[in-house]
Design a protein around this ligand. Structure first.
Ligand code: NDP
Length: 294
């Protein structure tokens, strides 16, 4: 497995398994399959409700703990200094781990940015105490990053964002690159745009003729082309699947190379239309559901 080096020297496998919307009862099997097939990086979150099953799968797999990179996220209802320290304790207990490899803030809370900053300072404390190996953020836009960098000490190792050819957020990618913040793509194959209830009026990027054409040229699947597009540009990608054959397909992206023209053609698919929630509009009132203690 190819790895990326975070700004603090920690090595992170480039490609991981995402488990958003993977039901708890299917999570153990998906994570076991992934570990079996060579994945060594799992991306979960307190808000996904499946950290316990991720931890069970890790223990049952027999893969040494230190061989797997475990990433999870603090939800906004646990922001604030003490609350976020406690949020770490909740996630660590559910995962059954003393230490988490990468802990990130799931969203900025623009309406209460002081609380976001206090949450990030708690991540800095966890890093200093050796309870996490790296810290970062998710869905932070340029203005959120500027405010964070102005007020805190540790530059986030990672910014996890919606990134697929239909929505690329180039302004954020450029800002991250300039500050040595690694871009990590969520919905790397455009998943958010075709979950039930989200994108019935849209075309999946997997069906885009540019993508299917490039896939045919290389004898690869559309999903593999999209993942390769991310990986080849130095990004981390965390595709989700509950199906073993797709979990296998999604990691098989390290044996071909897109040409510069193919990358340019994929870049040109930008629609400017976001699939997930607008990061500027996230509020505790609308999204602040509590994360259970156990
Ligand atoms: P993805 O782009 O990974 O797409 C997942 C969807 O694609 C699922 O419906 C899956 O179905 C299907 N799929 C998977 N592999 C293939 C394949 N090879 N061919 C065709 N279809 C396929 O979207 P996600 O939104 O799940 O994002 C990935 C991960 O990113 C999440 O699991 C989560 O860890 C993270 N994430 C983070 C967010 C954040 O705010 N920080 C927001 C959203 C996601 P099936 O399972 O049936 O195979």
């Amino acid at each position: 497995m190819q790895t990326l080096t975070l700004d603090n020297g920690v090595q992170m496998p480039t490609l991981g398994l995402g488990v958003f919307q993977t039901p708890p009862e299917e999570t153990k099997a998906a994570v076991r399959d992934a570990l079996d097939l060579g994945y060594r990086h799992i991306d979960t979150a307190a808000a996904y409700g499946n950290e316990r099953e991720v931890g069970q799968a890790l223990r049952e797999s027999g893969v040494p703990r230190d061989d797997v990179f475990v990433e999870t996220k603090i939800w906004i209802s646990d922001y604030g200094y003490e609350q976020t320290l406690h949020g770490f304790d909740k996630s660590a207990a559910k995962l059954g781990l003393d230490r988490i490899d990468l802990l990130i803030l799931h969203q900025a809370l623009p309406s209460d940015f002081d609380r976001t900053l206090a949450a990030y300072r708690a991540l800095e404390k966890l890093l200093a105490d050796g309870k996490v190996r790296a810290i970062g953020v998710s869905n932070f836009m340029v203005d959120h990053l500027r405010r964070l960098l102005d007020a805190t000490t540790v530059v986030p190792a990672v910014n996890q964002l919606e990134i697929h050819p239909y929505f690329q957020q180039r302004d954020v990618l450029d800002f991250d690159d300039a500050h040595r913040i690694l871009n990590q793509a969520w919905s790397p194959i455009g998943g958010i745009t075709f979950y039930p209830g989200y994108g019935e009026d849209r075309t999946s990027v997997l069906d885009d003729p540019v993508v299917t054409g490039i896939a045919e040229t290389h004898g690869k699947s559309p999903a593999q082309v999209l993942l390769r597009w991310g990986v080849q540009q130095g990004r981390s990608v965390i595709p989700k699947s509950t199906k073993r054959h797709r979990i296998a397909e999604n990691i098989d992206v390290f044996d071909f190379t897109l040409t510069p023209d193919e990358v340019t053609a994929l870049d040109a698919l930008e629609t400017g239309r976001r699939g997930g929630p607008d990061p500027q509009a996230v509020t505790l009132a609308d999204f602040g559901r509590a994360i259970p203690e156990a």
